[in-house]
Design a protein around this ligand. Structure first.
Ligand code: NAD
Ligand code: ZN
Length: 355
């Protein structure tokens, strides 16, 4: 089979590999729609997960099942499915402890284009198919379905970690596709004011559409000073971090009320330490909580998030600004993601010919 791979740090190319073998609980899936991710860019060009050779990229897809193991109960060949980016081993102790994304070790629930070949291929392997796949429901456009694999679940996980409550004032730092879904998730959870930090007009427009009440530019002065100005010096209740670097935590802590919480979903790809300002952290006693996590994966989560789309409460169409047709185009889509033109939020690559 053919796949688009990381050949080494900073290098990509098409490679041939044998089709993956499946175990009794697994499935083999061919992509019907794909999306590249900022994480693929961190992986290839920043070596963020270390060096990888001839590893097929990609973890955002919807697909059609071409083979199932003999113990798979709920799916059959021909089913069209949502495929989460994170496909945990559901029998692991970490999953039993409530952290499926870390099944088998820290971040090890993230298998595609990390510990095994990813989805940018003619076919790919899905472990634990009954627990990780979900049928694409009526009302979810299969072309847009890869947005559920990662962008929606991750943006919403930032909201979960920040524990957004009714009426909270929420700061969302970074309004790429993940941050936009944090805005939408905070809005669905009943946030009051939502301050979105970003600059690109396309993203600003989408942030307002998803529920941002105020826009802050990190290019026009410090984020924390702007938030404190807008909140009469009080700060916000919740912060979701979906952009920036290790220094962003300093701004977040300074912009928070005592008792506030940070939910970070940003992939920190540089620097050895995260900066926590001592005084604004209440000299260690400010009850300013910092949480950060990889998104959960799995079937139930995909089903629940898809239900928000199919019942009209979440519109994922605003995330997709560019469409490509044919598996070969995944290369162009990835490089577009790398170059990030101003009008880009997310590209999709439509693979199935009937879509
Ligand atoms: P993105 O690059 O499209 O969006 C990040 C945005 O933040 C960009 O628009 C960028 O201009 C902006 N930004 C840069 N510096 C900033 C600053 N100082 N303040 C505010 N904004 C700033 O990426 P994305 O696809 O939206 O993903 C966001 C992050 O989430 C990435 O790091 C990605 O790797 C990570 N991620 C994490 C998970 C997870 O499970 N935790 C899953 C997927 C992606
Ligand atoms: Zn992704």
């Amino acid at each position: 089979m053919k796949g688009f791979a990381m050949l080494g740090i900073g290098q990509t190319g098409w490679i041939e590999k044998p089709e993956p073998e499946i175990g009794p609980l697994d499935a083999l899936v061919k992509p019907i729609s794909l999306a590249p991710c900022t994480s693929d860019i961190h992986t290839v060009w920043e070596g963020a997960i270390g060096d990888r050779h001839d590893m097929i990229l990609g973890h955002e897809s919807a697909g059609e099942i071409v083979k199932v193991g003999e113990l798979v109960k709920d799916f059959k060949v021909g089913d069209r499915v949502l495929v989460p980016a994170i496909t945990p081993d559901w029998s692991s102790l970490e999953s039993q402890a409530g952290f499926p994304m870390h099944s088998g070790g820290m971040l090890a629930g993230w298998k595609f284009s990390n510990f095994k070949d990813g989805v940018f291929a003619e076919v790919f392997h899905v472990n634990d198919a009954d627990a990780n796949l979900a049928l694409i429901p009526e009302g979810v456009d299969p072309v847009l379905a890869p947005m559920l694999s990662d962008m929606v679940t991750t943006g919403f996980h930032g909201v979960e970690q920040a524990d957004v409550q009714f009426g909270d004032e929420v700061l969302v730092i970074g309004i790429g596709p993940v941050g936009l879904m944090s805005v939408a998730g905070a809005n669905l959870r009943g946030a009051g004011k939502i301050y979105a930090v970003g600059t690109r007009p396309k993203c600003v427009e989408a942030a307002k559409y998803y529920g941002a009440t105020d826009i802050i530019s990190y290019k026009e002065g410090s984020i924390s000073e702007q938030v404190l100005d807008l909140t009469n010096g009080k700060g916000v209740d919740r912060v979701i971090i979906a952009g920036g670097g290790v220094d962003t935590f300093e701004e977040a802590i300074k912009a928070m009320k005592p008792g506030a919480k940070i939910g970070n979903v940003n992939y920190l790809d540089g620097g050895d330490y995260v900066k926590i300002p001592r005084a604004e952290w209440g000299v260690g006693m400010g009850h300013k909580v910092i949480s950060g996590g990889l998104t959960p994966g799995g079937r139930l989560r995909m089903e629940k998030l898809a239900s928000l789309v199919s019942c009209g409460k979440l519109d994922i169409s605003k995330l997709v600004t560019h469409k490509f047709y044919g598996l070969d185009k995944v290369e162009d889509a990835l490089y577009l993601m790398k170059d990030k033109p101003a009008d880009l939020i997310k590209p999709v690559v439509v693979v199935a010919e009937d879509l």
